[in-house]
Design a protein around this ligand. Sequence first.
Ligand code: PA5
Ligand code: NI
Length: 192
Amino acid sequence: MEYLKPFAVDLDLVRGVLENPATRIVRRASSMRGHYADAEALERIIAAGDPVHYEVAEQPVPESPGQLRFGISTTLAGTVGEECFMTKGHYHAVADTAEIYLGLRGEGYMLMKTPEGECVWEKFVPGRLIYVPSFWGHRSVNTGSEPLVSFYVYPGNAGHNYGDIEKEGFPVRIFKRGGKIEFIRSRRQQHG
Ligand code: PA5
Ligand code: NI
């Protein structure tokens, strides 16, 4: 039997930084095409320098059901045509797998949806733990003015299903207008 060796990593809970992550995924505005309501505003942002929208720092573990994948997700502050910066969002490839997020810094919402189109959100603030149950698609949205940083952990075999979320979109979008946060029901048709 090949055992995974126990290990430890250092997490700066104030800055929300995982020290020396083995992998870092960086998503810029140009990888967010199709996700924001105002496609032209997104193109202007891409042309003006293609800023980072979010980053994920992870310490990979084997993708088996008994292991736990974990890392830090950082969504930067900003808007695209008044819609708050957000992650692409996904279901898990193994849909019957849950995930826990712990807010470390900043403020925003975890937007969650079922394949049938039910949509709920939970406020993200430091110290708040958000339980994303099996089968719920999830997306982080930064409504504040500093990075929204969270720690996450989920089963090693869960994987990501981005395709269905790209097709469906989320039923609700979050905007910041004149400093006020607004939840707007999307006009896009829901599947299922
Ligand atoms: O596993 C998760 O849910 C997170 O690590 C996300 O992958 C991370 O927040 C980035 O979002 P997305 O995978 O939707 O691009
Ligand atoms: Ni997930």
